[in-house]
Design a binder for this molecule. Structure first.
Ligand SMILES: Nc1ncnc2c1ncn2[C@@H]1O[C@H](COP(=O)(O)OP(=O)(O)O)[C@@H](O)[C@H]1O
Ligand SMILES: [Mg+2]
Length: 277
């Protein structure tokens, strides 16, 4: 079952957190709680899929999701991996996003967790930024016309929730970019690629269950962007101010401290104990 591949994200998160001697009990509890919730949802989907007879696919129900609560759940799962690679993990919800919307929560989480874990795997000492935005079909077409596209067509009458995962890591070689969502191509044939090569083909299949699509662009040695575009069907309220949170300092705080303090060396410190004090 493909869900087994995706279960490795929360499992690795728990394993790395409990193996780190510097991590506080509070962090362990919060990380395990959040990861176990994710795993429980995935396992429920798995059980429901089993219950259906062959040929009838299981459809996850739309759930009401508070977008700020939802986005905060990414930090426990990915913070430890981010710290191991000395990466800054930054999550931003842009103003004008819906406060609440109806989505297939587990599937959205599985796709985006795959993007984030790929970014963290291929970035060292850099950043991985996750950005949520509400966008029109027109702006998608005009701003990403030269990106690669996977999944359903853009429907011009729709508004979309864009979930972007952007890193400044090693990037994807140009000759591999068209192949990475193709299960046969990305499978074992490229032995120099670490991992199973299953994550992105799973994302492509799952995006169809959401009536969504994925666009991506990458420059080797510079950056990679993956965006999941989800059609917004039902939404409640609007986020009034952009919200940003991070596993380390948020960038505004960093630049403020740099301007107003002479203790700049403290900011360059990556020893977790010192950073926490
Ligand atoms: N953010 C990224 N930066 C660099 N390479 C990436 C990134 N995301 C995906 N890739 C490339 O795409 C390949 C396929 O990804 P995926 O299907 O998730 O398989 P896996 O992670 O198991 O290798 C990766 O092995 C890697 O070469
Ligand atoms: Mg992967």
């Amino acid at each position: 079952m493909k869900v087994i591949h995706d279960l490795k994200n929360p499992i690795i998160s728990i394993q790395q957190t409990i193996m780190d001697p510097d991590v506080s009990v509070n962090t362990i509890v919060n990380t395990c709680k959040s990861d176990l919730e994710d795993m429980q949802e995935m396992l429920e989907n798995m059980r429901a899929e089993f219950k259906y007879k062959q040929g009838m696919s299981f459809q996850e129900e739309l759930k009401e999701v508070d977008i700020l609560n939802f986005t905060r759940t990414y930090l426990p799962t990915h913070s430890q991996l981010a710290e191991n690679g000395r990466n800054n993990l930054i999550i931003t919800v842009l103003k004008d996003c819906p406060e609440k919307l109806y989505i297939k929560r587990t599937i959205v989480k599985r796709i985006t967790n795959n993007f984030i874990s790929n970014s963290l795997k291929h970035t060292m000492g850099g950043f991985v930024k996750i950005t949520f935005a509400k966008v029109s079909a027109y702006s998608i077409i005009s701003s990403t016309y030269d990106w690669l596209h996977v999944g359903t067509d853009v429907k011009t009458e729709n508004m979309y929730l864009s979930v972007e995962v952007h890193d400044n890591g090693k990037g994807i070689p140009i000759d591999k970019q068209e192949l990475i969502f193709n299960e046969k191509e990305s499978d074992q044939s490229h032995t120099n690629w670490d991992g199973t090569g299953l994550g992105l083909p799973i994302c492509a299949q799952l995006s169809i269950k959401l009536d969504a699509f994925i666009r991506y662009i990458s420059v080797e040695g510079q950056y990679t962007f993956f965006r999941l575009y989800l059609p917004i069907t039902q939404e409640i309220g609007t986020i009034k101010e952009t919200e940003t949170f991070s596993n380390k300092f948020n960038l505004d705080d960093q630049s403020k401290t740099m301007k107003h303090s002479c203790n700049c060396v403290f900011l360059a410190e990556d020893n977790k104990n010192i950073m926490r004090n």
